[in-house]
Structure formats: C-alpha cells, structure tokens
Design a protein around this ligand. Structure first.
Ligand SMILES: [Zn+2]
Length: 247
C-alpha cells in the first residue's frame, strides 16, 4: 500500500511536468528550463502552488497573486498521472518494463492534452513514442514479431480505410499514433484499445450533440480517446477481453 502512495506521488510530480509541456510546447516555448508562472499575471509560482494536486486545492483554484481562476485541468492531469503510474506498477511490478510503460503513459498524456487544445498530434511526440516502443519490445517476451506487426496493422488500418471512405474522419496523427501503439500492445490488445477509443469518443460526441455544444459535422479531438484506450488496454486489455468472452 505504502508503495502505491509513493508511486502515486511520483506520477503526480511527472504529470505536473506534463502540464508544463502541454502549456509551453504548442507555443514554441522552452519547457526544460524556466520556473513555472501564472499564465495570467506571470508571477513565479511558489512551492505551495507548485505542489501537485494539493497546491490547486490549497490555493482554492486561484492564483495567489492576481486571483485569476486556475483551470481544474491542472490537478486533473496530475491525478491522471498518479493513477496511470499506479496502474503500471500494479500490473507490471517494480520492473524496468513498468518504468518504460510509465514514461509512455506520460508521453500519451502530453499527446492527449495538446490534441485537446490544438487538434494536432506533433511528430516529435510520435518519434519519442516510437523510440519507447522499441525499448519496450525487449521486455515483451510474450509477444512475437508477428503479434506486434498484427497489432500495428489491426489498430491503424481500419482508421486508414475509413479515412479513404469518409475523408478526414481521422487525423494523420491519430493513425500514426495507433500504428506505433498497436505495435506496443500487440494482438489482440490493439483492437481492444481501438474499441475503447471508439466507444468512449462516441459517448462523448453524443453528450456534446445532446447539449448542443457541437454540430453534426464538427470535429472533436480523437487522440485523447485513443490514449485512454491504449492506457487501459496496456494494463487490462487481456482481462477485459477474457471478461467479454465469458460474458
Ligand atoms: Zn496570477
């Protein structure tokens, strides 16, 4: 139990860096150097405001200097980072594989939230993901080369085909993302990830249509749903499939 608390804290700290990347990368800003500051008054944040998750609650969701509202998204991303890292360690133990998967989850968090803001998945993150996929392959002794390849094809090809029928139904970034992550997941988990993404995105789109927040032919970012599917399938893909087949 205490191990998971430590892992969760570590995940929240990493995800707080994800917040910095998501904010600065699309603006072309330097994200490795430079202290975090309030996006409104540009005051440098103190250690209380910078404490992952708790800082937002202590400051009541407001900047301590200019009292502008700070989005709930910051603690949300940090909580997701904590949960994802706990999932990785609980499924893969305290192993190098779990470390590699945790880093992959943080990159997916960056991709998902940048996609929410900009409807764009940068090739830089996809290249980073590809390097991590190659690293992860060394630990996936249960998956053969054929498994990996089938994972890539089964995850990316349906999207590619659908794009040929209905133009621009998916972005090129989404397809590249699924090709790389399909490799990581292998068969049949790659298909599970796709299905989770399609169902969750479908539900969300219905909700937005119902609330009249989008019109019928509007685009929504699909990347976050793919990332969600990948994370869940990476940890629980086989269990979900077994559960579904028994059911
Ligand atoms: Zn401020």
């Amino acid at each position: 139990m205490i191990l998971y608390v430590y892992v969760g804290i570590l995940g929240a700290i990493f995800a707080s860096f994800v917040n910095v990347v998501v904010y600065r990368y699309p603006k072309g800003m330097q994200f490795v150097k430079g202290r975090s500051h309030c996006p409104y008054c540009h005051a440098t944040l103190d250690w209380i405001a910078m404490t992952p998750i708790l800082g937002w609650f202590i400051c009541k969701g407001k900047c301590r200097y200019c009292h502008s509202t700070i989005s709930l998204r910051y603690p949300l991303v940090e909580t997701m980072g904590a949960v994802f890292m706990i999932m990785a360690v609980s499924c893969f133990g305290l192993t190098v594989q779990a470390i590699c998967i945790s880093i992959i989850f943080m990159v997916l968090l960056c991709i998902a939230w940048i996609d929410v803001d900009t409807l764009w998945i940068s090739n830089d993150f996809l290249i980073l993901l590809m390097i991590l996929a190659v690293w992860l392959t060394f630990y996936q002794t249960n998956l053969s080369f054929m498994n990996h390849l089938l994972g890539s094809i089964s995850a990316a090809c349906p999207m590619l085909l659908l794009n040929l029928i209905v133009k621009d139904s998916f972005g090129g970034g989404d397809i590249k993302l699924m090709f790389i992550c399909g490799w990581m997941l292998g068969m049949p988990c790659a298909v599970v990830a796709d299905l989770i993404a399609v169902f969750s995105a479908g539900l969300y789109a219905c909700y937005l249509l119902f609330c009249k927040r989008i019109k019928r032919y509007d685009h929504i970012a699909f990347g976050p749903f793919l990332c969600l599917g990948i994370v869940i399938s990476m940890c629980y893909g086989m269990q979900l499939l077994e559960w579904y087949l028994l059911w």
